[in-house]
Design a binder for this molecule. Structure first.
Ligand code: PMP
Length: 293
């Protein structure tokens, strides 16, 4: 069976799923997107993803040409059409077809695209062993430039950091912000553990407010683990006992080495394991209860 892609209301075979070279999503990275997981046939944290998509669109003055209930139904339709029970959804809204000039006023209709497919961000064994990462020399976009809170189609900032990671022979990189404090990784939020508590940078530190990050907050609350949003310096990472990353595609992945330095014992930490297990148990529970959205 051919993979089907949803484009502006139609399910189209992957080979024919194409957009115009005049779409400003391609010409200028003008658009927004979401990455969403489907577990056991249910869209995980659907409302949170829809909210962030519509907020991102609002922040770039883009009107999504459909109601969020209809977008949700279209995502469900795309997943079903491809026969998936567990997959990753990429939902995109581009500024649409316009002229060779950046003005969005020349783009009368935004395009909505939904892909359902498999994703594997990091090799499976790193979830057991832990991952080595680096800090990139490129900094995260200044919040007063393109806010990292916007999940925009322009990921060059993140891609440049990813290339640094690849050049250094590791799968991921940390971006510091314009003040030199820790922001996030190229597609994941970062957490550390210290003296029984976990810490993660604040929204004001210039991050995408991850939905997996918020799930971790809730899990910490129910497990009685202290979880603090706080500005972190690279020093805090270097002296942390544990470190892990969270993201829709990545889920929860341990970090055991940063810039060549072992974090804590250099092994996956106990809190990281506890939260990883709790995350997978939670995902299973909401899928079974049907309360994921
Ligand atoms: N930061 C960035 C830059 C990302 O691209 C992502 C992935 N969407 C995240 C953090 C993690 O966010 P979420 O948990 O919502 O996937």
């Amino acid at each position: 069976m051919q993979t089907k892609v949803w484009i502006d209301g139609k399910l189209i075979d992957k080979a024919d799923a194409k957009i115009s070279v005049y779409d400003h999503g391609l010409l200028y990275g003008d658009g927004v997107f979401e990455g969403i997981r489907v577990y056991h046939g249910r869209i995980f944290e659907a409302q949170a993803h829809l909210q962030r998509l519509y907020d991102s669109a609002r922040a770039i003055r883009l009107e999504i040409p459909m109601a969020s209930e209809d977008l949700l139904a279209a995502m469900e339709q795309t997943v079903q059409a491809n026969g998936f029970t567990d997959c990753y959804i990429r939902a995109m809204v581009t500024r649409g077809i316009g002229c060779l000039g950046i003005s969005p006023t020349k783009c009368p209709r935004p395009s909505v695209i939904i892909i359902a497919d498999k994703i594997e961000l990091y090799p499976r064994e790193l979830y057991q062993k832990g991952m080595a990462i680096i800090t990139a020399s490129v900094i995260r976009n200044h919040p007063n430039s393109v806010s990292p809170r916007i999940k925009s189609l322009n990921y060059l900032n993140n891609i440049l950091a990813k290339i640094e990671a690849i050049d250094a022979g590791v799968p991921e990189a940390i971006l510091l912000n314009h003040e030199g404090n820790v922001a996030e990784c190229t597609g994941d939020n970062i957490f550390i553990a210290q003296a029984g508590k976990i810490y993660t940078p604040t929204t004001a530190d210039g991050i995408l407010e991850g939905i997996t990050r918020k799930v971790i907050f809730r899990l910490c609350q129910s497990l009685g683990i202290g979880c603090v949003e706080r500005t972190l310096q690279r020093h805090d990472l270097y002296v942390a006992e544990e470190c892990f990353l969270t993201g829709t595609a990545a889920e929860v992945i341990p970090v055991t080495r940063i810039d060549g330095r072992p974090i804590g014992t250099g092994q996956v930490g106990a809190l990281t394991r506890q939260l990883t297990d709790a995350f997978h148990a939670y995902v299973k529970k909401v899928a079974e209860q049907g309360s994921a959205h």
